[in-house]
Design a binder for this molecule. Structure first.
Ligand SMILES: [Zn+2]
Length: 293
């Protein structure tokens, strides 16, 4: 595994000093990010190997400004880890963290799906109706995708078939109804409901605000449901807590839930499921190695 840190700095977020530093110090590595919110402001991104002298230099720069209490540095998360694996590493992992790489909108709630919000602080919720979506918006070439609500996972019939034919465990598939015609059930798309349980994250998982402030998470719901954090290490869960399913979610929830956004668990899969996805040629997944401890 090779671990990198992606550093993103934006003038809009009051990080002009960091933008200038990265551009002058790493002219070749610094890329302009296209999607700036405010016209005429710059947002740049640099990728450096984690723990390298370059990383250390950026860390010192940010740390000094955080100590001064500068708004653009204390208020926002700066950067995240990126872990790259060889095929062999992925094929030898007992379990893997699965990330859904395609997102779309509008989300179910905007199309008439009913939710009950269970926590006002973190927006944790329960789905009370079948999922209704504008199915023209689903990425057509992906076998898995999610809406911007983060908790609505959509899979193709091909995914459902591969799952059933290989007797994988830990998921059920529910119907999705068409926004334009809510009595019409989609024959192609299904909602993935993960019933498998992976338990809570083990202490070995390093959480932190970002790679430059490795202690403390950014935010935690005072009732303990959800938190906002970066994952500074690979994910570890307790072997005893995993129920043995091929696909399972953590009991910990993550993300700054508000309005349409809901906190969501991490998805973990077995090596067996990883192989099925590869052999069936299913698209839309990315992986990190995870660990049972
Ligand atoms: Zn909560």
């Amino acid at each position: 595994m090779t671990e990198y840190v992606n550093v993103q700095a934006s003038e809009t977020l009051d990080q002009g000093e960091l933008v200038a530093f990265l551009k002058s110090r790493f002219p070749e590595k610094t890329k302009l990010v296209e999607r700036t919110v405010v016209k005429g402001t710059e947002c740049v991104e640099v990728r450096v190997p984690s723990g390298s002298p370059e990383f250390e230099e950026i860390r010192e720069f940010i740390d000094a400004r955080r100590k001064q209490g500068l708004h653009g540095f204390t208020k926002f998360t700066i950067g995240w880890h990126l872990r790259k694996y060889t095929k062999a590493e992925l094929q030898h992992a007992e379990v893997l963290r699965l990330t859904i790489s395609s997102h779309f909108e509008p989300c179910g709630e905007e199309c008439g799906t009913v939710y009950e919000t269970l926590c006002k602080e973190c927006n944790w919720c329960r789905q009370m109706s079948d999922l209704i979506l504008d199915l023209r918006r689903v990425p057509q070439r992906k076998d898995i995708s999610e809406t911007i609500a983060w908790i609505e996972w959509i899979v193709s019939s091909k995914f459902v078939r591969a799952f059933a034919e290989n007797s994988l465990t830990g998921a059920e598939f529910r119907p999705i109804f068409e926004f334009k015609n809510p009595i019409k059930q989609s024959s192609e798309w299904h909602q993935l409901i993960v019933s498998g349980k992976a338990g809570a994250l083990a202490e070995k998982t390093k959480l932190g605000r970002d790679p430059f402030s490795p202690t403390g998470v950014s935010w935690r719901c005072s009732l303990g449901h959800a938190m906002v954090t970066n994952f500074l290490s690979e994910i570890y869960v307790h072997r005893d807590a995993w129920d043995g399913s091929d696909i399972a979610t953590t009991s910990d929830l993550f993300g700054p839930g508000r309005n349409l956004l809901r906190p969501s668990p991490l998805i973990l899969i077995s090596q067996r499921m990883y192989r099925v996805i590869q052999e069936a040629g299913l698209a839309g997944f990315s992986y990190e190695v995870a660990h049972l401890t």
